[in-house]
Design a protein around this ligand. Sequence first.
Ligand code: ARG
Length: 457
Amino acid sequence: MSPLWGGRFTAANDPRMAQLNASLPFDRRLWNADITGSIAWARAICRAGLLTEEERDALIAGLEAVRAEIAADPTAAFADAADEDIHSFVERRLTERIGPLAGKLHTGRSRNDQVATDVRLWLREQVASLDAALASLIRAACDRAEAELDVLMPGYTHVQPAQPIRWSHWLLSHAWPWQRDRERLADFTRRLNVSPLGAGALAGCPFAVDRAQLAAELGFAAASPNSLDAVSDRDFIAEFLFWAALLGVHLSRWAEDLVLWSSREFGFITLADAYSTGSSLMPQKKNPDAAELLRSKAGRLIGGLTGLLVVLKGLPTSYDKDLQEDKEPLFDAVDTLALALPVAQGMLETLTIHAERMAAALGDELLATDLADWLVRRGVPFRQSHHLVGRVVRRAEELGCRLSAVPLAELQAISPIFTAECAAVWNAEQSAEQRATIGGTARAAVVAQIAALRSML
Ligand code: ARG
């Protein structure tokens, strides 16, 4: 396979060098974007007087034929391809179809501005489908939160039972980070949607190409303002990988709760068979593999980000071949999330909750704060009421009884402010309902969260 740059060379590459150099094995997935960019480029250089209209139309027809050929059977199209990269591949297939005219397409263009354009075009489409998958996951969380509003469970800090919350409140506590991920993605899209095409190899295009018109034709909001920056810049990939890594972390924390709660010790949920596996040795096992794998994917996503930042650090200005290493982590992150998001949604939609187990875990101690608040409502400063209830907790331990079973006489020995009415605090539903301000776990506050989230979908 003769490379696009053979003129000044007298000898072929060592086969191992060719293998190291080749990006076609992974950048082939840019084929459609590459052809779209080339068609726009043919139009732009025709407008600049570098092609006749007949030549432009022949180039476009040839490129469309290559597109149709690959679309029909990508595996077959790339089967014996030994080209250096996707750009070389498309140009070779075009030449095989339309002859030497294909050689005019690269006028004023470099693979440096070409590849930067291709990746942006490709990523734009991926971003749209990842956003849709994320919105769908959030919708599933809202649906469950609405349907299971009555279910109470222990809320934790330090994995120690803390205060009663609604199961719906927990669901939404993960839907909000996902929604922020959607907002981050939308913001990122503004910086993604800038066209490097026409930047040339580094210094700009020597022909009168209207870069603004070219950018608009490709659906970009603007042309990049500095050609050197245009071919150097991989900020958009680093930013996307950070986005992916943070979403990975969000999914990981969510999945960890599900792993814990599906254990026999908690028994709050059962994951559907569709998202579990068994053990080859222990017949009784049902393992939460989907949740564990979602938990682990953050590792590779963070690795992709770290890897790219290390490649970029200290890189000399302009295009350097190191930049070819941007693609595999990018593709891997997109593939990872394109699979993880629907799996997360499926797992969420099919898991069973055990409301009675959650209720049984709501011990009196989760209402100790409510008893302190009961004193606060009677004028006791919180620091003091906290201390008094601490003594009640200690007394209950000494008596070997539940907090709610400490006799009134014992309570009054601790503080005369206690009356029989304080027994009203031993009610988890009421505890939840008292947290009715914005963002609280009371029914109305949770309903308001669902409405707010839905309005963003
Ligand atoms: N395959 C290359 C990449 O992914 C395309 C750009 C090559 N440019 C060059 N000057 N060799 O970065």
